[in-house]
Design a binder for this molecule. Structure first.
Ligand code: SF4
Length: 555
């Protein structure tokens, strides 16, 4: 394991002085004086410490007792963000002060590492939603579940209930090691290369809620999957471990670093290194250590690991990882193979390696509610062994269903409008939170995504190609617009009468997988929200008419 220093800048290990990036606020080159307000807040008090104040002061004295640097800073370390005040339109997003957009209610994110849930856990998630969150519960594209309308007074009781069943909101947001994505079919899929679950558990045990790693330059996203379907969007994580067969050493993981989307998107790079299952947590520790020590802290829009990786290149990054953190060389290894399927969401009925089945189903754009989650838990309990998974595509899976129980489960799910054989539009459309709750949003996304699905199902009933349609409420990339076939970036646009209305900048032809790349921004192509189905129908009809054999949408 790497020689990891403590969280205190003064205790950071002495590092090579590169000089070149001294101005970027890197601890490793001696930059311990905070260069911006965010860094100052983190230096003043560790984000994890806010929990005590929430439990002993804020939940008792109410919203207005919350210190502003906790409200807009440290609360995130426990998964809490203020949500957008209702009724403020997208035109005001950029011109109002943050406090003018703040509601007195919170979004609360529950981290679900590896997407692993039991029926007992899901039942509690559903109960909390109904009792404390006005029934809200969204499945995110990072396998989490998000509540809205949370009152600060209720947070300690919500934690008590979640933690009693082994769930938590620890470091679900903030400049921290966020949820660890994992293959939703880890341990059960017939075609699995390696089960990454023990590595995810070891990373959780060693790094989550650990104050040595709770002050990172920015968020740190990770993924571990041994599925040949490449089902965790590994290309856009800060560190990712992707299942491969080493010709001499057998199953293990190919190491990727430096991916991330947002306003400066980058696909991660391979370090050419093969990591056995038992070394994954050590290597994770080395990469997060590099990020903490060498990551840029001066400007928040240059603070993700991808900027350091871009400046160093993969060779230097691997050398520093091996020499300074692992203190041993890594083995060279092969790249992952191209998946045979384009869908990576595990929707449908599939045989497990033990002969039982897993059943993946599609809500609409990740939106469910507490009552539905409770019913899903009941169905899973009646039909499976009690295990479920969330996916990185805003879907869910019930595991361990005996063959003779599959039809009954499918009927029960479909009765809840949870499709096991969805249209490509239901299956391929994702939407971020949008203006309903997000303070950065410019346009509405969830209801609009659902409407687009309905319209396309009605207009193009014969269309049966995989297609991804990702709807974002602002220029950030929470719904991964740059890697969608049709990526829609929310902004205000002019309608035919010259009025400013909600609309989208269109990006076409992005992809994940080994053909990963960013969609092209179609110059000048902006669509008003009310014409979205017309536009997508035109694009897909033209594609259907003109495509050649084997050509996929992005070609
Ligand atoms: Fe909010 Fe923008 Fe992220 Fe959507 S993409 S959730 S609008 S920050």
């Amino acid at each position: 394991m790497a020689d990891i220093a403590s969280n205190s800048p003064s205790a950071a290990p002495p590092r090579r002085k590169t000089g070149r990036h001294r101005g970027e606020g890197q601890w490793a080159v001696g930059h311990f004086t905070p260069l911006n307000g965010n860094e100052q807040v983190k230096k003043d008090d560790d984000g994890l410490n806010v929990r005590t104040r929430i439990e002993t002061i804020y939940s008792k004295a109410g919203f207005h007792s919350i210190d502003p640097s906790d409200l807009r800073g440290r609360m995130r370390w426990w998964g809490l963000y203020t949500q957008r005040k209702p009724g403020i339109d997208g035109g005001k997003t950029a011109v109002l002060e943050p406090e003018e957009l703040d509601d007195e209610f919170f979004m609360l994110r529950v981290r679900i590492d590896g997407g692993r849930l039991t029926t007992a856990q899901l039942r509690v998630v559903g109960e909390v939603s109904q009792e404390f969150a006005r029934g809200t519960a969204d499945i995110t594209d990072r396998q989490n579940i998000q509540y809205h309308w949370i009152r600060i007074e209720d947070v300690p009781e919500i934690w008590r209930r979640l933690e009693a069943v082994g769930l938590s909101t620890t470091e679900a947001c903030g400049d921290t090691p966020r949820v660890i994505l994992g293959s939703p079919v880890a341990g059960i899929a017939e075609d699995e290369i390696v089960d990454g679950t023990p590595a995810i558990e070891e990373i959780q045990r060693r790094f989550i809620g650990n104050k040595d790693f709770s002050n990172l330059p920015r968020k740190f996203k990770s993924a571990v999957s041994g599925s040949p379907l490449l089902d965790v969007a590994h290309e856009i994580n800060d560190v990712a471990f992707v299942g491969v067969h080493h010709p001499e050493h057998g199953p293990g993981f190919d190491l990727w670093v430096g991916g991330g989307l947002s306003t400066n998107p980058r696909i991660g790079v391979r370090l050419g290194a093969w990591v056995p299952l038992e070394d994954v947590a050590d290597v994770y520790g080395g990469v997060i250590g590099i990020f903490r020590d060498y990551g840029y802290r001066r400007l928040r829009n240059r603070a993700r690991l991808k900027f350091l990786v871009a400046d160093w290149g993969p060779e230097r990054f691997r050398r520093v990882l091996e020499d300074e953190y692992l203190r041993r060389p890594l083995l060279d290894g092969p790249a992952p193979e191209q998946p045979v399927e384009r869908w990576r969401d595990h929707v449908g009925v599939h045989r497990q390696k033990d002969g039982r089945f897993y059943v993946g189903f599609a809500p609409r754009v990740g939106r469910v509610d507490g009552a539905t989650l409770t019913k899903i838990a009941e169905l899973a309990g009646e039909h499976g062994s009690g295990r479920l998974r969330t996916t990185a595509e805003q879907k869910m899976i019930v595991l361990d269903v005996p063959g003779e129980r599959v039809d009954s489960l499918v009927a029960g799910l479909e009765a809840l409008d949870l499709r096991v054989s969805p249209s490509p539009f239901r299956r391929g459309t994702m939407a971020c939170t949008g203006i309903e709750f997000c303070k950065l949003a410019i346009v509405e996304t969830k209801a609009r995504g659902s409407w687009v699905i309905d319209e396309l199902e009605r207009r193009l009933p014969e269309f049966d190609e995989p297609v991804t349609i990702n709807v974002n409420g602002c220029p950030n990339a929470c719904a991964r617009i740059q890697v969608a076939d049709i990526g829609l970036k929310g902004q205000l646009v002019l309608d035919d009468d010259g009025r400013q209305v909600e609309g989208f900048q269109v990006h076409l032809g992005g992809a994940l997988g080994l053909e990963a790349g960013f969609g092209r921004k179609v110059r000048g192509l902006k669509v008003t929200a009310d014409r979205l189905p017309d536009y997508i129908e035109r694009v897909l009809t033209r594609y259907s008419e003109q495509r050649e054999d084997g050509e996929r949408f992005a070609a």
